[in-house]
Design a protein around this ligand. Structure first.
Ligand SMILES: Cc1cc2nc3c(=O)[nH]c(=O)nc-3n(C[C@H](O)[C@H](O)[C@H](O)COP(=O)(O)OP(=O)(O)OC[C@H]3O[C@@H](n4cnc5c(N)ncnc54)[C@H](O)[C@@H]3O)c2cc1C
Ligand SMILES: *[C@@H]1O[C@H](CO)[C@@H](O)[C@H](O)[C@H]1NC(C)=O
Ligand SMILES: *[C@@H]1O[C@H](CO)[C@@H](O)[C@H](O)[C@H]1NC(C)=O
Ligand SMILES: *[C@@H]1O[C@H](CO)[C@@H](O)[C@H](O)[C@H]1NC(C)=O
Ligand SMILES: *[C@@H]1O[C@H](CO)[C@@H](O)[C@H](O)[C@H]1NC(C)=O
Length: 513
């Protein structure tokens, strides 16, 4: 029996009427404790990135709506909120606009982040309006050089035909249509990601590589190995024949790409500020142990001491946390390799990439965004020395910010040659950026034990800021249901003033209930 529940918003009691036997999603009232009750039940969240901050926010929604009595502690080992979403100032000078170093864009279909920017009065910057001066580089030559006029679209059709772009778009649109049900009252809750994929009809998407999926659906090889691979390499640092098709499709869904002015991390700060959770910054969790206690069976050990909790949410890639778990629990989470990515931000007074580097003649357009394909290597030629180079805004009359993603560090000497000896400030960072995402049908467990949950199990399925907020919403619902007999939206408060109809286009599950 598949363990998915198509859950109705109207009343939690409906869940009991469903014909499924649901292993972990039962509406049981919290049991009486043997021990004397010592204050409010506590929940720990480990990590203050997109996943952990939104988890705290979702819990606070249930507190607000149903008066669920719970105190939340968030542990974050660094001194900043946002995890892989963070900004730096060009020249380390805060009179300039900060630039995203990690997660930089989300799209309109990402309804939680979109809604959050509205609710928190943050300003969105629409990047899809910016010029589309794109090139695709194979290590030795530019296979595509669009230029920045309306001719660009014609050049795409000229090179790839009309059918391939259209078919690719329609495959992505189908995926997004199914995806959008996650924001409706029809959204499933899941304790098994394979089951979620199955119920969405996405087995083919996760079990095929992007290359297999798109070519078998009539998209030409050339379009797949040039344009779609350019997107999978810039967004996930992986080639189109080694990444699963779901993530490949995500990497070409860029309609309405936007970011928050001043930094996306502000959304996560606001989630936490609105949640009322206690936040322990610079506090690394080293160990989670179990003890005989019904009210506080989980003990979280950090460099600030040990505290007992009713439930714990792990909101970071487990194998990168260095957290020691009882071995029967930790061993459920398979090793998960991540793409180790070098991000180099720099400023330059060179208005474009050196032409000779890109083998361009003097009168040719120099693209401002260079994506790469692995096609050169497949045909026995040289590999690109980077995954992407992109010119971002100007910071003064004649100085630009440029971002480079690469698998290896880029040396100063190389930078000087690519930017005509006009490099100013350079900032280098390294990330374990996203999971390696080969085709698969198995994912880590979402729930490790009674009261112990793992949000980042979702990342090998889709790894974005938004989907981490969806994964946390799901985990918080499982937790509230199991431990508190409640959920984010499952019980209506009497006299609720929110009455956006679930059929309204602006309805977002969790926000509007
Ligand atoms: C260069 C780059 C570009 C990207 N581009 C995009 C993009 O454009 N759009 C997009 O949506 N996504 C993008 N991503 C992916 C995106 O960043 C992630 O999917 C998302 O931010 C993950 O959020 P998270 O909260 O799950 O994990 P994280 O952001 O990694 O947060 C985990 C937090 O847990 C903390 N932590 C870890 N261990 C411990 C411990 N033991 N104790 C206490 N705290 C701990 C960490 O310090 C961290 O703050 C990009 C990522 C990178 C690196
Ligand atoms: C920061 O930049 C401004 C110009 O934008 C300049 O006037 C100022 O001196 C700089 N500050 C530092 C500390 O370099
Ligand atoms: C956002 O702005 C509106 C109108 O200016 C205001 O009513 C609201 O309280 C603000 N919300 C937040 C979270 O600051
Ligand atoms: C959030 O709370 C922190 C700590 O109280 C505070 O420093 C910060 O300014 C707040 N941020 C916002 C955007 O309200
Ligand atoms: C998820 O369900 C599938 C079968 O539907 C099963 O093979 C797999 O082991 C389950 N995964 C986890 C983590 O429980």
């Amino acid at each position: 029996m598949r363990s998915l529940v198509f859950f109705s918003v109207v009343s939690a009691s409906l869940a009991l009427q469903l014909p499924f036997k649901v292993p972990f999603f039962q509406s049981t009232a919290p049991s009486e404790d043997d021990e004397p009750v010592r204050g409010t039940p506590k929940v720990a969240i480990i990590g203050a990135g997109a996943a952990g901050s939104s988890a705290a926010f979702w819990i606070s929604k249930a507190q607000e709506r149903f008066g669920v009595d719970v105190e939340v502690d968030v542990y974050e080992k660094t001194s900043h909120i946002g995890g892989r979403s963070l900004t730096v100032y060009p020249h380390d000078n805060d009179t300039f606009e900060p630039v995203e170093l990690g997660a930089s864009i989300f799209i309109k279909a990402n309804k939680n982040l979109w809604r959050a920017t509205q609710e928190f009065n943050l300003t969105l910057r629409d990047l899809s309006e910016e010029d589309n001066n794109l090139g695709i580089w194979d290590g030795e030559q530019l296979l595509l050089n669009l230029g920045n006029s309306w001719l660009g679209m014609l050049k795409i059709f000229w090179r790839y035909g009309i059918l391939s772009p259209r078919r690719a778009d329609s495959l992505v649109a189908n995926m997004l249509k199914q995806y959008s049900t996650l924001y409706t009252t029809e959204s499933p809750k899941w304790d098994n990601i394979t089951d979620l994929a199955y119920s969405f009809g996405w087995m083919n998407l996760i079990e095929s590589s992007g290359a297999e999926f798109f070519t078998s659906n009539g998209v030409s090889k050339q379009y797949v190995f040039e344009l779609i691979e350019g997107a999978s390499r810039v967004n996930y640092g992986q080639n189109i024949d080694s990444i699963h098709a779901l993530e490949a499709a995500c990497s070409i869904s860029a309609n309405g790409a936007s970011q928050v002015e001043g930094g996306n991390w502000q959304i996560f700060e606001q989630f936490l500020n609105h949640s009322g959770a206690n936040i322990y910054m610079n506090t690394k969790v080293s160990r989670i142990t179990q003890k005989q206690s019904k009210s506080r069976p989980w003990v979280v050990h950090s460099d600030k001491g040990s505290t007992g909790y009713k439930a714990v949410i792990i909101a970071a890639p487990f194998h990168q946390t260095d957290i020691e778990l009882p071995s029967a629990l930790g061993s459920q989470i398979p090793e998960q390799p991540y793409v180790h990515l070098h991000v180099t931000l720099l400023t330059t007074t060179s208005p474009n990439i050196n032409r000779e580097y890109l083998a361009l003649s003097p009168n040719e357009n120099v693209p401002r965004m260079v994506l790469t394909t692995y096609e050169g290597v497949r045909q026995g030629r040289k590999a690109p020395e980077f995954n992407s180079i992109s010119y971002h805004g100007k910071i003064s009359e004649d100085e630009w910010v440029v971002k480079i993603f690469s698998e290896a560090p880029v040396e100063d000497k190389w930078l000087q040659s690519v930017f005509d000896n006009q490099v100013g400030w350079v900032h280098r960072a390294e990330f374990d950026a996203y999971p390696k995402l080969p085709p698969t049908s198995s994912f880590p467990p979402v729930r490790l034990d009674h009261g112990l949950f793992y949000v980042n199990a979702f990342e090998p399925f889709i790894s974005t800021m938004e989907t981490e907020t969806l994964a946390s919403r799901n985990v918080v619902d499982l937790l509230l249901n199991e431990e508190f007999g409640s959920s984010i939206c499952g019980r209506r408060i009497s006299g609720s003033t929110e009455d956006i109809s679930p059929t309204d286009n602006n309805f977002v599950l969790g926000w509007d209930c």
